[in-house]
Design a protein. Structure first.
Length: 247
């Protein structure tokens, strides 16, 4: 998709405005949001230093939902098209050219919250597994009595608690006033989402056929968790961030 551009900047004694044109895809809450945060190239400098951030109401003339995206776990995703969308200078967030810096600071928070969401998925999968293993009988005894099942549950519990500590650390560090929590948030997001995938996979395995039955909670969790390892920076991106922040 072509990146956003500012086609025109008008300044006079009464008013100044920007005209945005371009497309952006994979927009969360696309088509249902009342207000969008738009990052557009304003050209103050090459690369990331030439990007600015704007608040654009969904009903602004020229802004439309070009496509709704269907994915494995239902979520309002869309491709948005901007055709000469005129916004006032008051729509600018921060200073012109500060868009990339703003986006990166926001990602510190978003990545922590994605980790928290993954933690919630993993906890639910563990709870469902404990219920299944305690109530499902196999050869006259609860499924939980099998040592292999106990081993899986132990791994699941370990992943859940370790993920919780990383997520809580990122949130606590931010709450204590740290200007950036890039490393902590990346670790929380990477570990919590990757381990949640493993926890949920084990839950599906222990549930047997019911685990892949459409509509079952662990089947739903299995589809839901996969996207969390991609958005707000894929797992491989988090590794790069962590390495650079550790250098």
């Amino acid at each position: 998709m072509p990146e956003f551009q500012v086609l025109e900047e008008t300044y006079d004694a009464i008013r100044e405005h920007y005209v945005l044109s371009g497309e952006k895809t994979w927009i969360s809450n696309g088509g249902i949001a009342d207000l969008y945060t738009v990052f557009a190239r304003t050209g103050e400098a090459p690369g990331a230093k030439g990007i600015s951030a704007f608040l654009v109401p969904a009903d602004t003339p020229g802004l439309e939902v070009a496509e709704r995206l269907d994915v494995i776990a239902p979520h309002p995703l869309a491709r948005l098209a901007f055709s000469d969308v005129r916004v006032p200078a008051s729509a600018l967030i921060g200073k012109s050219g500060d868009g990339f810096k703003i986006a990166m600071s926001v990602l510190d928070v978003f990545r922590s919250t994605v980790g928290a969401a993954a933690l919630g998925f993993a906890r639910r999968a563990l709870d469902e597994t404990l219920d299944r293993a305690g109530n499902r009988e196999l050869f006259g005894a609860p499924l939980f009595d099998l040592q292999m099942v106990q081993g899986h549950i132990a791994d699941m519990a370990l992943h859940v608690d370790a993920a919780a500590l990383l997520v809580y650390r990122a949130a606590w560090t931010k709450d204590m006033g740290a200007p950036r929590v890039t490393r902590e948030a990346a670790m929380a997001k990477l570990f919590a989402t990757d381990r949640a995938q493993e926890v949920i996979d084990k839950a599906v395995q222990i549930h047997g056929g019911d685990g892949v039955r459409r509509g079952h909670i662990v089947e739903s969790l299995y589809r839901e968790i996969r996207a969390l390892r991609i958005y707000e920076g894929a797992s491989d991106v988090q590794k790069v961030v962590i390495a650079r922040q550790t250098k």
